[in-house]
Design a protein around this ligand. Structure first.
Ligand code: PDD
Length: 280
């Protein structure tokens, strides 16, 4: 097992990876990324992440000629790491050049990827979330490297003893977590925010929607105010790192009985089973 990086097609030890200081990803956050998990030696849902990555690239007008080659780098680098349960991160930036807001079409896009073991956070007991104003831009559907509002929100939540920030827009509606989707359950219906440019199209949420069918739960898209979210019977986070994690408290107030709800447990179980079966 070895923590590895891949920089523009070259595999190296993660601690040896070097990126030019004038990379536009570093100067402007001018790039897009993905985070993928590997379970038992297999990249989970890579085709879905790849689809979203391609879309993000299109949306920022970044079209490298060797995109398909990058996909093979991801698979090859992951295989070489021999880390069975891993977090695989990759991004593509517009490349390195002297700092200038506008870019030249001749820039070479710059690829970076890392593979690290996934360390289980042991959060099955459920987590507390803290509401924080959603200060992000209007294209949160793009998985962009610009994550300052997300990291500030997460840090604020952590300072207040919560695991995740629950982002609330100017209308008072819950959008998502700082690095996860946020869903509620009312009666037998999973409520998710409408898939607009205010939120990331979460892949884990996509799995949850598919799993809901088998559990005979309805899945509905509509906005929930913070008060509605807080008073739902159950609520949970969904994300590549957090998988399906029950929300026990919002702003210190218990959701439902203050534990992980029974439907949330069913969804967690079904998601785990699906991973074990490799049905992505
Ligand atoms: N975050 N919303 C935001 C803002 C996210 O950053 C993420 C993922 C999600 C969940 O998306 P998915 O189910 O496709 O992972 C929702 C990743 C894991 C991260 O930035 O580390």
């Amino acid at each position: 097992m070895r923590e590895l990086a891949n920089v523009n097609g070259t595999i190296c030890a993660l601690e040896d990876a070097v990126i030019p200081a004038e990379d536009r990803g570093c100067l402007f956050g001018d790039g897009v990324y993905e985070v993928v998990r590997a379970y038992q030696g297999r990249l989970w849902g890579l085709h879905r992440h790849w689809r979203r990555f391609q879309r993000s690239l299109r949306e920022i007008d970044l079209q490298p000629a060797n995109l398909e080659e990058m996909r093979s780098w991801i698979e090859e680098t992951y295989r070489a790491s021999r880390i069975p349960n891993a977090t695989v991160y990759f991004h593509l930036t517009r490349g390195a050049s002297p700092r200038n807001h506008s870019w030249s079409e001749v820039l070479e896009p710059s690829f970076f990827m890392s593979v690290r073991p996934f360390t289980d956070r042991g959060i099955v007991a459920g987590v507390k979330v803290q509401s924080v104003p959603d200060l992000r831009w209007r294209r949160c559907d793009i998985k962009s490297l610009n994550l300052l509002p997300n990291v500030l929100a997460k840090q604020q939540a952590r300072k207040l003893g919560a695991y995740e920030a629950l982002l609330v827009d100017t209308r008072g509606n819950v959008t998502e977590g700082s690095s996860s989707a946020a869903l509620a359950i009312l009666e037998r219906t999973i409520i998710a925010p409408p898939q607009t440019s205010s939120i990331l199209p979460s892949i884990t949420r996509e799995f949850v929607e598919e799993i809901a069918v088998g559990l005979k739960l309805s899945f509905q898209e509509r906005w929930l105010s913070l008060a509605e979210f807080r008073s739902a019977g159950e609520a949970f986070l969904a994300g590549t790192s957090d998988e399906v994690t029950g929300i026990t408290h919002v702003d210190g107030q218990a959701v439902g009985t203050g534990g992980v709800g029974p439907w949330t447990r069913e969804i967690q179980k079904a998601y785990r089973q699906r991973i074990e079966r490799g049905k992505d």
